[in-house]
Write a protein that binds this ligand. Structure first.
Ligand SMILES: C[S@@+](CC[C@H](N)C(=O)[O-])C[C@H]1O[C@@H](n2cnc3c(N)ncnc32)[C@H](O)[C@@H]1O
Length: 237
């Protein structure tokens, strides 16, 4: 996969690409580049934003700045770029990011991610350069960088080579393997701690029983049978 993140803070991604699971996928051939939106700005002094037409607080990222950054990086008109790769603008009001979208994006050969700042993007950027707007939740962050890392992390860990042998992205919360349900509970040593025993079935060595128990527990969590797990509906007051 070829992943480009356009941002005003490319150095934030130095830390991200140094993390082991990200390094693993990069070593296996995926490319992740953080591209500075300021680098090709046509405005003086590295400026990228301007005041909103119609008034109001805050600054807006200019369409000519994003046009120049995309043109310079891809050598093509950004209006046509989106027919060859998904171009995602991060926005609090975009399509909510979930495991299904992560899996969909993990199948793409190339992704471009635009990180907003200030009041966000001039709407013409969304209308003419972008294929998707994506939100990582219904709250407002100061910028798209953390959202981009969330998206990249969830997508990259689905790619071959991201996880070690002892980890698996196949049978995880919300995966097809669990019928879209949350994952079952895990336990490890000690088998009993402060009088809290591990469920007997997990110590039985009976793999059929263990599998059935896990499937039931996962389905029960999905049905909200145990709100205390934090994945069901809120408990009644
Ligand atoms: C301060 S926010 C802009 C908020 C915008 N004025 C609004 O009310 O929707 C600046 C940038 O952070 C990013 N951002 C903030 N919250 C986000 C979220 N929940 N999901 C994805 N991106 C987000 C977006 O790229 C956005 O353009």
């Amino acid at each position: 996969m070829d992943l480009d993140v356009f941002t005003l803070f490319p150095e934030w991604f130095d830390w991200f690409v140094a993390q082991r699971h990200v390094r693993n996928v990069l070593d296996a051939g995926t490319r992740l580049r953080a591209v500075d939106l300021r680098e090709h700005t046509p405005l003086r002094g590295g400026r990228v934003d301007d005041t909103p037409f119609g008034g109001g607080a805050g600054m807006v990222i200019r369409v000519d700045v994003v046009d120049s950054a995309l043109q310079a990086h891809y050598g093509t008109d950004p209006v046509t770029l989106r027919s060859s790769r998904r171009v995602i603008a991060l926005s609090p009001s975009g399509r909510l990011f979930d495991d299904a979208l992560a899996a969909e994006l993990a199948d793409e050969p190339a992704l471009t991610i635009l990180c907003g700042r200030y009041e966000g993007f001039d709407e013409r950027i969304i209308e003419h350069f972008v294929t998707d707007t994506v939100s990582i939740g219904r709250y407002v962050l100061s910028g798209g960088e953390l959202a981009a890392m969330v998206l990249c992390d969830a997508v990259l860990r689905k790619l071959p080579g991201a996880l070690g042998h002892s980890e698996s992205a196949v049978e995880e919360s919300f995966s097809d393997a669990l019928d879209g349900n949350p994952e079952y509970p895990h336990y490890t040593r000690p088998a009993s701690y402060r009088g809290w025993p591990v469920p007997e079935v997990l110590l039985s060595g009976d793999h059929g029983r263990i599998r059935r128990w896990r499937t039931e527990r996962s389905a029960a969590r999905g049905a909200g049978a145990r709100p205390a797990d934090g994945v069901g509906p809120p408990s009644a007051p």
